[in-house]
Design a protein around this ligand. Structure first.
Ligand SMILES: Cc1cc2nc3c(=O)[nH]c(=O)nc-3n(C[C@H](O)[C@H](O)[C@H](O)COP(=O)(O)OP(=O)(O)OC[C@H]3O[C@@H](n4cnc5c(N)ncnc54)[C@H](O)[C@@H]3O)c2cc1C
Length: 401
């Protein structure tokens, strides 16, 4: 088993780490660097994105012919962790959700004409995108089989009616991927479409207020009342919606984990800094065994997360959907992020509860991790299903050639 990473990946990691340390972390302390929703202000983002592009640290996850560096998923795991040492990091490098997942899926499945129209402007950083799948009750959430938004074929067009919610980035996005029902077939009933913000026949009902800081463009409820989409803007083929979802969501879930590992490490970093200097009852916090156990436990759980993520990334790189590997990584790292923020706040005392450090930001953000891209329970259900199907082979070694 070889846990080394290629020198090229290590070089990217080191350059990202230096960039984040020099340009991004200092902004976290400047209230003027935030927009009204707790994210990096657009003017600062534009400035840093230009810098990242100039330094060749842009869209590293995409192929060179798409405008990236051709990192594989294992390489991405190394680099994304370094990006998200800062709460502002990933979006600066165009490696934040939902653009990240949308770009990767389009790179994989879109036609050349679709790539030119829908993908390239996102890669250039000119527009943002959104992925619209989840619906309010009684529509599809954890179970995509319940999706009710309909796209009815009329000649060379589809006409869409229905409702979606929690669509990240919708208020700022120009390019949308939409999942809609084109038939009642259990496997082939869903189809993925591309549409532009300026098309008539849909609108944003509301930007849903949430407990955490928000991605640019918020999390929106949107309604479709006759949006017309030409057949040429179907992604893959009619009936391939579920397949596209699998192709998109596996890697997208894993990239969340890659980034959350960076945030988890940051929590430990802030906790260790305080524990190293803070005295109480004549003893430094870092010298107390109770604090050492907390930090040792987090260090171990972070490393477990990295191993799960690296294995899932390796499996994806070998062409597998890596369903069980991604599910295990997603459940573990989502809960780890929550625990890391909580523990770091505890070690920092009242300071941890203030906005003087990014810990409270991470704590509020972390709660969504156990819901988005599949709730914990759904991933565990999938894991049990795999266990039922594979039995002891669930843990089989890949013996190779
Ligand atoms: C911040 C944020 C951003 C999001 N961004 C997007 C986006 O950009 N695009 C998009 O399409 N969606 C987005 N979502 C939606 C997200 O993907 C869904 O919330 C998620 O898939 C769960 O669906 P649901 O909320 O309908 O929960 P439900 O399906 O209503 O489930 C509710 C709860 O029931 C339990 N449950 C469900 N199924 C099972 C089961 N099989 N076994 C045991 N328990 C179960 C779980 O605890 C679950 O949390 C976002 C959500 C949030 C919070």
């Amino acid at each position: 088993m070889d846990f080394t990473i290629p020198p090229r990946v290590e070089a990217y990691r080191a350059r990202i780490a230096a960039f984040v340390e020099r340009h991004v972390i200092p902004l976290e302390r400047d209230p003027a660097a935030y927009d009204g929703h707790g994210n990096i202000a657009p003017s600062e983002l534009e400035r840093l994105r230009a810098l990242a592009k100039a330094e060749g640290l842009w869209c590293l996850q995409l192929k060179p012919e798409t405008g990236g560096a051709g990192l594989d998923k294992v390489g991405m795991a190394v680099c994304y962790e370094a990006m998200n040492r800062s709460i502002f990091g990933p979006v600066v490098f165009n490696s934040a959700a939902p653009d990240d997942g949308n770009m990767m899926v389009m790179e994989k499945v879109a036609t050349p004409a679709q790539k030119a129209r829908w993908l390239d402007p996102i890669v250039r950083g000119e527009v943002r995108s959104a992925f619209a799948m989840t619906e309010p009750h009684p529509g599809g959430g954890s179970d995509p089989g319940m999706i009710q938004t309909r796209a009815e074929r009329r000649g060379d067009r589809y006409v869409v009616t229905g409702r979606k919610w929690y669509i990240t980035g919708a208020e700022d996005a120009a390019h949308f991927i939409l999942m809609a029902r084109t038939s009642d077939d259990a496997r082939k009933g869903l189809t993925a479409f591309l549409f532009h913000r300026d098309s008539p026949g849909w609108h944003i009902v509301r930007r849903i207020p949430i407990m955490g800081p928000e991605e640019h463009g918020g999390h929106c409820e949107i309604a479709f009342e006759g949006l017309e989409i030409p057949a040429s803007d179907v992604l893959m083929n009619e009936g391939d919606g579920l397949k596209l979802t699998q192709i998109r969501l596996g890697p997208a879930r894993l990239t969340h984990c890659m980034r959350w590992l960076g945030l988890s490490k940051r929590c430990v970093e802030i906790a260790r800094e305080y524990a190293a200097v803070r005295q109480g009852f004549g003893v430094r916090l870092a010298d107390r065994e109770s604090i050492q156990l907390m930090l040792g436990d987090l260090a171990m759980r972070i490393e477990i997360g990295r191993l799960l993520v690296a294995k899932a990334a390796w499996a994806l790189d070998r062409g597998s959907f890596a369903r069980k590997e991604v599910s295990m990584a997603k459940v573990h790292v989502a809960n780890l992020l929550h625990a890391a923020a909580d523990t770091a706040i505890q070690i920092n005392g009242a300071r941890g509860y203030s906005t003087d450090t990014p810990l409270e930001w991470i704590y509020r953000y972390a709660r969504q991790a156990r819901l988005v891209d599949g709730a914990d329970e759904v991933h565990k259900m999938v894991l049990n299903r795999t266990l039922e199907a594979e039995g002891d082979a669930f843990w089989s070694w890949d013996a190779g050639e």
